[in-house]
Design a protein around this ligand. Structure first.
Ligand code: R5P
Length: 296
C-alpha cells in the first residue's frame, strides 16, 4: 500500500507538487482549537497499518508543537505502522549549549520530545553549529537535505560576478560548496554574537573584489542583525554593487525583512522552508526526490 501523506501548518504552495504525485495517498486530519484554546484532533482518514508521512511547518513552534505531538500520538494509538516527519525548517537547534549557568539547552529537550513520537525525520539544513550531526541529539534515523545546489543555481541565473560571503565560521560549510559549484570566489567573516540584536563582525580585505556583486548567504535570517551588519560594512568600503542577501530559513523576526532592505540590500531572497514573501527558491522538489527514494 502507498504511504499516506498528511500535512500540518504547511502552505498549500509547498504541497502542490505532492498532491499530483502517484506515490502517496492523501490523508486528512482535522486540527482546530476549542474555545478555551485547547487542541481538538481528529483523523478523517484511516491510519491503521499505514505508513504515514507528515509534512509539517514548524516555524514559530511553540503553538504548533503540542497539537503536532497530540496528532502523532493519536496516529500511533490508531495503529499507524510507521510515522515519518518531514520538517523543512527544524526549530530549537540554536540553543545548543549552556551559555550561562542556569540556562536550558532546549535543542536536547525538543529533539527528545519529538523523536519519542516518530520513527524517522527529514529536514533541510538544520542549524548545526556545535552539533556536527543530528545524530547527536536525535536517536532516530534522520536525513538532512541541503539547499546548496538550488541556491547555487539561483545565483548562477540571477547574479553576474558574484562574490559569495558567509557571515561566520559555520557558514563555510554551505558557502564554500555554493562557490565551488558555480566557480566563483568566496569569503568567510568572523562573527561574535553579543546578544539577540548585537553582533560584532571582523572583515577581511575586500579590495580585490570591488567589481563583484556581494551575495551574503546564511542558513537562518532571524533578527536580520547579521545581514545588516555586513551590509553596513560593504557600504562603508564602497563596493560597487549593493549586496543580495540569501537565507535558507526565512524567520524574519519583527521587521527584519524590511530592515535589511532599508539597510541597503539590493534584494532579499529565501528558500520556501518557511512561507514568506521573499521565497524564490523552491525546496519541495528536494523533499519529493528524497521521499521517492525511500522504500516504504
Ligand atoms: C547563527 O549562527 C546563524 O547561522 C545565523 O547567522 C543567525 O541565526 C542569524 O540571526 P540574525 O538574523 O538574528 O542575526
Amino acid at each position: 500500500m502507498k504511504p499516506l501523506l498528511l500535512s500540518l501548518y504547511t502552505p498549500s504552495s509547498f504541497l502542490d507538487g505532492f498532491k499530483d504525485s502517484s506515490q502517496f495517498d492523501l490523508g486528512n486530519l482535522t486540527v482546530r482549537e476549542f474555545p478555551d484554546q485547547e487542541s481538538y484532533i481528529k483523523y478523517d482518514s484511516d491510519v491503521k497499518k499505514r505508513n504515514l508521512v507528515f509534512i509539517v511547518a514548524l516555524d514559530k513552534p511553540n503553538t504548533k508543537f503540542l497539537p503536532l505531538i497530540f496528532a502523532l500520538k493519536t496516529a500511533r494509538e490508531l495503529g499507524a505502522s510507521n510515522i515519518g516527519l518531514v520538517v523543512p525548517y527544524l526549530p530549537y537547534m540554536r540553543q545548543d549549549k549552556q551559555f550561562l549557568s542556569g540556562e536550558a539547552v532546549t535543542s536536547k529537550y525538543f529533539s527528545k520530545m519529538l523523536a519519542d513520537s516518530i520513527d524517522w525525520l527529514i529536514t533541510i539544513d538544520p542549524h548545526l553549529h556545535r552539533y556536527h550531526s543530528l545524530n547527536e541529539i536525535y536517536q532516530i534515523p534522520t536525513t538532512v537535505l541541503h539547499a546548496n545546489d538550488l541556491i547555487a543555481n539561483w545565483i548562477q541565473h540571477h547574479v553576474s560576478s558574484p562574490l559569495i560571503i558567509g557571515p561566520d565560521s559555520e557558514s563555510e560549510q554551505w558557502v564554500a560548496t555554493i562557490a565551488k559549484t558555480i566557480n566563483t570566489p568566496y569569503k568567510i567573516l568572523e562573527k561574535t554574537r553579543k546578544s539577540d540584536n548585537i553582533v560584532q563582525i571582523k572583515f577581511p580585505n575586500l579590495n580585490d573584489y570591488q567589481d563583484f556583486t556581494p551575495v551574503l548567504v546564511d542558513d537562518i535570517i532571524s533578527t536580520g542583525t547579521t545581514m545588516i551588519e555586513v551590509i553596513k560594512h560593504l557600504k562603508n568600503i564602497k563596493m560597487k554593487a549593493a549586496p543580495i542577501c540569501i537565507g535558507v530559513h526565512a524567520i524574519f523576526a519583527h521587521h527584519a525583512y524590511e530592515n535589511i532592505l532599508a539597510a541597503g540590500a539590493k534584494s532579499v531572497i529565501t528558500c520556501n522552508t518557511i512561507e514568506h514573501v521573499s521565497n524564490a527558491i523552491d525546496m519541495s522538489i528536494l523533499i519529493k526526490n528524497c521521499l521517492t527514494n525511500i522504500k516504504f
